[in-house]
Design a protein around this ligand. Structure first.
Ligand code: NAP
Length: 353
């Protein structure tokens, strides 16, 4: 028998959709992704981008700083999350990305969500019930599908960059920029788009200076954001430059970068306690090519204003896979809720509930 709802993806959008679908008695089945070396290298393991970050200080309800003490004093022992008891964690520690998304997963399970740890490799949306086929070849039929496969940050692809991920190399200034290790230290931002100038401007609040490393001599970012960044005395552009090595050690993490000069510019070494890569994201939509309408940049197109509908009726999209603009855990969770409500209402209209 066909599932009522299959959810593909396991970040905040997927789990929020699952929590809402489960509570609406839709018995959701989540394909949370496969644990493969290929997915590890691409940054697409189960639990999404949150699982790749350190502390999360901007998700409402999870104040950093005194979280442990707060939860210990506010909740009876049986209601405390398991990590409150983790005495090895340093005091003042806020919730981490992996903890946060694990808790979301658990919340979905508590309401009866079923989970398969595999990727969806192929879909057939040409007729209903829809068919989704996993990497292992299992075919599942579904009356409605919610796609929440997220996006992955693009990195430069240097071995030294990989080595220092979460130890100074990050692709999210809003997530990681305020960490103590970056305070009053020089930082590097790579890229020339709106994200790069926005991240550089944001980081200038914490850093002693921010080197904005761009491969050309012109930014792609919007004029107003460029002007703001370039008139900021802490932001130092490094034009026609490419990072060709991240330098550091086990104790301190990143300590600097080596720049190659492009277009006749001379290379140089920069001191930095962190490198923020802002060279765009790639949505995880490879398996949807030709099956759903995608934007020119590969993101799923929402076809109704303020709704999570896609070009195929009965297929909904939530989170970063359909959002290249906000890209936050809390906005992904919000749209996961919207997709669940959209799916529930649509199924009811079809007489499927
Ligand atoms: P983007 O506009 O695609 O810019 C990516 C930047 O990274 C470009 O400057 C590009 O250089 C550079 N780049 C790409 N690959 C590179 C590589 N391998 N090595 C070095 N540099 C590389 O991406 P984005 O800045 O993430 O923005 C995505 C979308 O979100 C845009 O539509 C943007 O307007 C929007 N956004 C808006 C805001 C806002 O309005 N507040 C904030 C963030 C993002 P080239 O310029 O040479 O191609």
């Amino acid at each position: 028998m066909a599932e009522k709802v299959v959810i593909v993806g396991s970040g905040p959008a997927g789990w929020t959709a699952a929590i809402y679908c489960a509570r609406a008695n839709l018995q959701p089945l989540v394909y949370e992704g496969a644990i493969t070396e290929e997915n590890r290298m691409k940054g697409t393991l189960p639990l999404g981008q949150l699982a790749l970050t350190t502390e999360v200080e901007n998700y409402p309800g999870f104040p950093a700083g005194k979280l442990f003490q707060f939860l210990e004093s506010a909740l009876p022992p049986e209601r405390q999350p398991y990590w409150v008891q983790d005495k090895a964690a340093p005091p003042g520690h806020g919730v981490t990305g992996p903890e946060l998304v694990d808790l979301m997963r658990q919340q979905a399970v508590n309401f009866g969500t079923r989970i398969i740890t595999d990727d969806i490799a192929e879909v057939d949306f040409s007729r209903r019930p829809f068919k989704v086929k996993s990497l292992e070849g299992e075919v599942t039929e579904a009356m409605a599908v919610i796609i929440a496969t997220g996006a992955r940050a693009n990195y430069l692809g240097l071995p030294s960059e990989d080595n220092f991920k979460n130890r100074g190399v990050s692709a999210c200034a809003v997530c990681d920029g305020a960490l103590p290790r970056f305070r009053n230290k020089p930082l590097v931002v790579v890229g020339g788009g709106d994200s790069a100038v926005e991240e550089a401007t944001y980081l200038s609040k914490f850093a002693s200076e921010v080197y904005l490393v761009h491969r050309r001599d012109k930014l792609r970012a919007s004029k107003i954001m460029q002007d703001r960044a370039l008139s900021n005395p802490k932001i130092k552009p490094c034009w026609n430059s490419a990072v060709n090595e991240v330098v550091g050690n086990d104790q301190d993490g990143v300590t600097g970068v080596k720049l190659a000069g492009l277009n006749g510019t001379v290379g140089r070494d920069l001191p930095a306690s962190g490198m923020f890569v802002a060279i765009g994201h790639t949505p995880n939509t490879d398996f949807l090519q030709g099956k759903l309408e995608l934007e020119a940049n590969g993101y799923i197109r929402w076809t109704k204003p303020f709704r999570t509908w896609t070009s195929v009726e009965g297929v909904f999209a939530a989170g970063d896979v359909a959002d290249h603009y906000y890209k936050q855990a809390v906005t992904a969770a919000g749209s996961g809720c919207m997709a669940a409500l959209d799916a529930e209402r649509w199924l009811a209209e079809q007489g499927e509930l």
